[in-house]
Design a protein around this ligand. Sequence first.
Ligand code: SF4
Ligand code: SF4
Ligand code: SF4
Ligand code: FES
Length: 982
Amino acid sequence: MVKIVIDGAVQEADLDEFLIDVINRVGAEVPHVCYHPQLGPIQTCDTCMVELNGRLVRACATPVCDGMQVATKSAQATSAQLEAFDRILSNHLLYCTVCDNNNGNCTVHNTTRLLAIEHQKLPFRTKPYEVDNTNPFYRYDPDQCILCGRCVEACQNVEVNETLSINWEDPNPRVLWDGGSTIGESSCVSCGHCVTVCPCNALMETSMLGHAGFLTSIKKSALTGMIEIVKGIEPETGYGTILQVSEAEEAMREHRIHKTKTVCTYCGVGCSFDVWTKDRHILKIAPEHGPANGISTCIKGKFGWGHINSSDRLTTPLIRENGKFRKASWDEALALVAYRFSEIKNQSGPDSIGFISSSKCTNEESFLMQKFARAVIGTNNVDNCSRYCQSPATMGLFRTVGYGGDSGSISDIEQADLVMIIGSNTAESHPVIATRVKSSHKLNGQKLIVSDIREHEMARRADIFLHPKPGTDLVWLNAISRYLLDNNLEHRSFLDQWVHDLEDFRKSLEPFTMESACKITGLSVETLTTVAQMISQAKRMCVLWAMGVTQHVQGSDISTAISNLLLITGNYMRPGTGAYPLRGHNNVQGASDHGSMPNNLAGYQSVADPEVRDRHEAAWKAKLPSTKGLDNHQMVEAIHVGKLKAMYIIGEEMSIVDSNANYVQAAFEKLDFFVVQDIFFSNTCSYADVVLPAAPSLEKEGTFTSTERRIQRLYQVLEPLDGCRPDWRIIQDLANQLGANWKYEHPSEVMDEIASLTPLFAGVNYKRLEGYKSLQWPVAADGTDQPLLYAKAFAFPDGKARLFPVSWTGPVDQPDATYDLHLNNGRLLEHFHEGNLTYRTDGIRQKTPDVFVEVSPELAEERGIQSGTWVQLISRYGQVRVRALVTDRVSGHELYLPMNSVESPVNRLTSSHADPVTNTPAYKENSVQLKVLEHGESPLPRINFRFGRPTPQKGVEVERKWKRPDYTPPGNGLVQLQIKNE
Ligand code: SF4
Ligand code: SF4
Ligand code: SF4
Ligand code: FES
C-alpha cells in the first residue's frame, strides 16, 4: 500500500493501481469516457486529465506511487477536461430524449451532466459515412461515434477477433471492420463485446432500437425534426434544461424495462449477465459482473435468444392417440404418465423404466429427476448426456487426482505460462475461455500448444500445432511423459511429496519411446522433443481438453494420460496450473454433480454405500435401490433386448445427439411408453407417447454449475409461457401423482435439501449465491469454497495423487478400401449442437443456414468437389446428404461434419463403439465413403464470418492519434504523453 494525496486528502492505494481507480473509489468524480476497468487505459478521450505534481496527466494511465499530490479540480485540470470533452461532443449529437441508449448508463450523457456543460464550443460535425446496418444483431452509426476506441480495444485485446480498428490517419476517422468492409461481410463473429462496451449509442443492439424509449419508435423524419428543434433551443436554454427532459424520460423507462440476472443456457463456460426486457421483448443482454466472463459473451449468449419467444414453443401437453398427437390438459397428461409408469413398474419391475435428465436444466431439476427415479420409481436407471462427452475426463481425474472437475478457474488458465489444448476447438465450443487464452497469448507472452486433427483458430494461433493421426493422442502424451522421466525433467520434489505409484508408471511407459510414438502418430521426434522441452520449462501449465479426447474408445485413458503428465511435471496445486476438461453444456457438470448418474447420488456418493443410502432413505422416507443402474448407452441396448419398457427424457434431443442415431431411433420405436419433456417438438418428441411442455432457462429459477465448478443462480426473467411449466414443477407434479407428497415451493428448498444430504455442497444456499455471487465446489458448511481444487491435498484419503498407467489399444472403425475417409465432427461457434435453440434466432440462421461438410483442397481436387457440391456420406451405420465446403482447416482424407443439423445429423454415421470404462460413444472414430452428387449453392453465405479478413493490431493504437497534425493535448499542451504500462 502507498499513500497519495487527492484534492488535499490522504488516500491509501495499491502500488501500481491506476490513479483513476483510486479517484473513483474515493468518489472524487473525474470524467473518464474511454476508460473501462475491464479494458484498462486506452487514453483516447483525454477527459480524465488531472494535475499531478503540477503537470497534467491522464489519470487512467498513471499508476500510483507513494507521495503523489493530485489535484482533480484545479483550474488547469478542469480546463483540460472541458476542452477534451468538447472535442467529444463535436463527434456526437445529444438527442438523449429520443435515444434508445438513454437508460442512465450513457457515459456521454452522464459526463455532460458531470461537467455541467451548458454549451459546446466546437460544433457537432457529421462524418461522411452511412450508418452500417449489415449485421443482424447490431448497427454502427459513425455520426454518433466519439472515437473512444473501447470497441477496438475489446475486439483486439479481449475477444481477440481482431476485426476492428480506427483509421487515425484519415481526415475523418471512424471505426473500421476488417479495415473497411461492411460489418456483415467482415470477420466479425457477433460476440457483442464492442457493443457491450460502447459508452454511447454509436454501437447498439438492433433489439434495442425503437424499443427502449418512449419516443424512439417514431418515424425517422419526425425524429430528425425533433432533433432539429432541440438543437434550435440549445443556444437559449443550454444543455441543463434539455438533459432534465431526457432524464425525466429515462426515469419513466425504469418502470417498464426490467433487468434480471441470468446464466447463459448454452455452453459450460458459465457466462452470466443481465437480461433487459420490456414485457416479453428481450431488449439486450448486458454482461458486466459475471465472475467467469465479465464483459465477454459469444454470439449465442449475447444474441441467441430467439427460441424464447419462438411461435412454435410447446404450450400444451400432447398425447399420442391412434398414431397421432392430440392436445391434452396437464391433469390428463400427468395422470396418464403416472398410470402407465405404475402399470409398467408393477408388471416388469422398477428397472424396466429409464430416466434421462438434462444438462440444460438446473441442478435442482437434475436432483429431482434422480430422486424421482430412485425414491418414487425405485430404480438407479438414471443418467444424463455427460455420458456422451464428459464421463471419460471425469474418470481420468477420478483415477489420478480424485475429483471429476476442473482443477482451477478460468483465471488460472489466463495466468499460465503454457496452455496446451488437446482435441478442443475452443474458439468455437468455449468461446469466452478461448478469448482468455488468445489474449494472454497475444499480450502476455503465454505459450500455446494445440493438438488437433483440424487446423481451427486456436491451432492457427498456436506456437506449436500438432496434427497427429486420428485417435493417437495417448501415444504422444505417454511418449512425452517417458521422455521427461528419462531425462530427469520431472518435478521430483512434487512427486516425492504428493504422488504415488511413480515406478509402476515409469514401467508402463516402456513401449512409448519417441521413435515408436512418431511412427504411430505421424509426428516428428523433433516436434515432440520441442513440446517436451517447452513443458519442462514452463513454470505453470494448464491442459485444456474436450471431445476430441473424450469421444474415443480410449477417452478415459487419454484423459488419464493428460493428468499423469500434469502430475509428473508438478502442474497441480498451484495457481496457473491444472487439468481443464471443458464441459460442453451449461449444466453438464451440474447434472452429474447432482446425481443423475446410475451409480452415484448427488455429490458422487455411491449408491452401493449403505451409509449414504441410509441417510437418503431417512430423509426421503423411501427404500433406495443399491445396485448400479443402466447408463444411457445401456438403456438403448436394454430397449432392444426387451428389458427396458418405458423412458422419461427431459430436455435432451437423444434421437439425434446419441451416437448411431438410426439404432437409437429404432430402440425408441420399441418402447411401450415414452415421455419426452421439452420446450419444442424435437425429433425425439416424435417417438413419444406423451409430450410435456417445459420452460426454458429465462422462465425459471435455479442454479447451473459451469466448467470451473462454479455454481451460479439464474433468476426468472419472464413468466413461463401460458401452458408451460418449469421442469422442476413437472417432475414434482408427476411425483405427487404417484403419491410422493413433495412440497417444494421454490428451487431454493431443493438446494437446501441437496446441501443437507451432500457433503460436497454442504454450504451451498441461495443466500450465498445472491446476485452475481457464486461458489466453486466443494463448499464447506461455513460457505468456504475452493476455486483452486487441490490447494492443500488431493481428493484421496491420504491426500496424495496416483499415477495411473494406461496402454494404447488404438481407435476402432478405421478407414479401409470401402470407407476410405476419416470423419471428424463437433460444434460450430454460432449453433449449439443440433441447433434446436439457435436456428430459432433469425440472425444466426441468416449467417449459418445449414450444415456442411468440410473437405480439404486436396480431396476436393481428387474428387472434383467445389464448395456447394452435394455429397452423400455413407458409413457402416447410415448415410447423410450434405453440401461440401472446401477449406484448408481440414487436410487430406479427413472430413469435418459439424453437428448443427436435425435433417442430416452426423450421428446417422457414427457407431455404437464406446469407451469400455464409461460407455461414452466413440463419436470421433468414424470412416465414411463419399459419393459426389450434383453441384449447388455454397452452404455458407458471404455474410458468414469465416469469409472475413481480420486486421490484427495491438489494441486501439492511440499513439497514431497523437501523431495527427491536428492533435494537441488539451490543457495548453502541458500533458505528459503516456503509453500503457508494458
Ligand atoms: S468480433 Fe464483432 S461483435 Fe465481437 S468485438 Fe469484434 S466487431 Fe464486435
Ligand atoms: S463505436 Fe467504438 S469508438 Fe465509437 S463510441 Fe462506440 S466504442 Fe467508442
Ligand atoms: S455459449 Fe458459452 S461462451 Fe457463449 S455466452 Fe454462453 S456460456 Fe458464454
Ligand atoms: S479516460 Fe480517456 S484518456 Fe483517460
